[in-house]
Design a protein around this ligand. Structure first.
Ligand code: UD1
Length: 371
């Protein structure tokens, strides 16, 4: 029996790893251990509930207003000790959080091979998203196996001249996760008869101008009383301080506590429009055919822009107001972005990731690329 440790620390990694955990549990000869760094507490539980997954081990590192060096300094030695004690044969990390890079580094130091789910995404701007662009590049340098979701992400890795790449294009596991969860999740209670606009905003590089962005969103809400703006607010106190003053007074804005992923997926499915600075919601919207306005200057998910499912609004409050206002004022403009072909995956990504790990462990053959 080979022991595979699936490691993550935050909600988006957890939901995107759930389909991989399901598929690994179907692979003969593999025992799967789920390791949480505990970078997030409540939000991580929210991410896993609909999938019925609980971490087997929790390193429990989270503190309020934690810092990047503080997190790194805690996770690396704790993860290294844990992986050694577990006699792990293989470690899987996901994407671009500090937990992903820290656990990958710990495994590398312990000479345990690491696979990287959602490898190869690049914004080509080290400041946006910060520090995620660095995390994902640094992780890809030390991995045994790269599991890029798309051909474009695979080409990014190959273009960097990686030594001996082992690479399978898997499709995006968020697609699997959203299809699973949106069919089972419960929509939060909302006023009837209004179009729903889902908002999320939490990125570190957006924090300095988040209050102004919230102000722009408040103006949109005032201009569109036929819409209910639903914003499950991240638990980061800095995000809450920026967002509540502008948006709380408005009756057609619902500021909610973070939602468990089933409700979040159901909310996305019910939405006319999604406005977000997150990565997963770009893929989630494209999967459910719901247009997405991205509150960033660059995206590492360009496939959605190419098919017209996403619009990059940047972070200038006036431009952001204008773009959302125009979309909500024109059914034609909205329709042009709805139900585009999904450029991110086919719902089988988790299975390909599990088969690729089995391949690297000598338990199976290399799965075919998605693209
Ligand atoms: C982290 C990831 C980011 C990801 C995001 C998803 C890094 C560098 N950033 O950013 O890529 O998009 O998670 O949410 O890894 N908090 C709680 N309870 C929770 C979660 C967070 O109270 O369950 C609060 C804490 O005060 C914590 C703060 O949020 O200190 C910030 O959390 P942190 O993980 O440092 O950064 P995020 O902005 O959440």
């Amino acid at each position: 029996m080979k022991r595979v440790v699936v490691a993550f620390g935050t909600r988006p990694e957890a939901t995107k790893m759930a389909p991989v955990i399901f598929a690994l549990r179907q692979q003969p000869g593999i025992e799967t251990i789920v390791l949480s760094t505990g970078q997030h507490k409540q939000q991580l539980e929210d991410g896993l509930k609909i999938f019925g997954i609980k971490p087997d081990i929790d390193l429990n590192v989270m503190t309020e207003r934690q810092t990047l060096p503080g997190l790194m300094g805690k996770i690396v030695p704790l993860a290294a000790d844990t992986l050694r004690d577990l006699n792990a044969d293989y470690v899987l990390v996901h994407g671009d959080t500090l937990s992903s890079f820290a656990v990958a580094l710990a495994a590398f130091f312990e000479r345990i091979p690491v696979g990287h789910v959602e490898a190869g995404l690049r914004s080509f701007n080290m400041q946006e998203p910060f520090p995620e662009e660095a995390n994902r590049r640094l992780t890809d340098v030390i991995t045994d196996l790269d599991l890029p979701p798309t051909r474009g992400a695979a080409n990014n890795i190959l273009g960097e001249g990686k030594i001996s790449p082992n690479l399978v294009v898997t499709g995006q596991t968020e697609v699997d996760a959203v299809l699973y969860a949106s069919a089972r999740g419960e929509l939060p209670a909302l006023p009837a008869g209004k179009r729903i606009v889902t908002i999320t905003m939490h990125r570190r590089e957006n924090l300095p101008h988040m209050a102004e962005l919230a102000q722009a969103l408040a103006l949109v809400a005032v201009a569109h009383p036929d819409c209910q703006f639903v914003y499950p607010v991240h638990l980061n106190p800095a995000v809450r301080e920026a967002v509540y003053p502008a948006l709380q007074p408005l009756s057609n804005v619902s500021l909610l506590e973070p939602l468990e992923f089933g409700s979040m997926a159901a909310l996305m499915r019910a939405s006319t429009l999604i406005v977000t600075d997150s990565g997963g919601l770009q893929e989630g919207g494209a999967t459910l055919g719901v247009p997405v306005v991205v509150l960033r200057n660059v995206t590492e998910r360009p496939e959605g822009l190419a098919v017209g499912a996403l619009k990059l609004a940047g972070t200038d409050p006036e431009v952001v107001f204008q773009i959302i206002h125009e979309l909500l004022s024109s059914d034609v403009a909205l329709a042009a972005m709805q139900h585009r072909p999904n450029p991110y995956g086919d719902g089988q990504a988790g299975k390909r990731c599990a088969e690729a790990v089995a391949w690297r462990l000598g338990l199976g053959t290399r799965p075919a690329d998605w693209q």
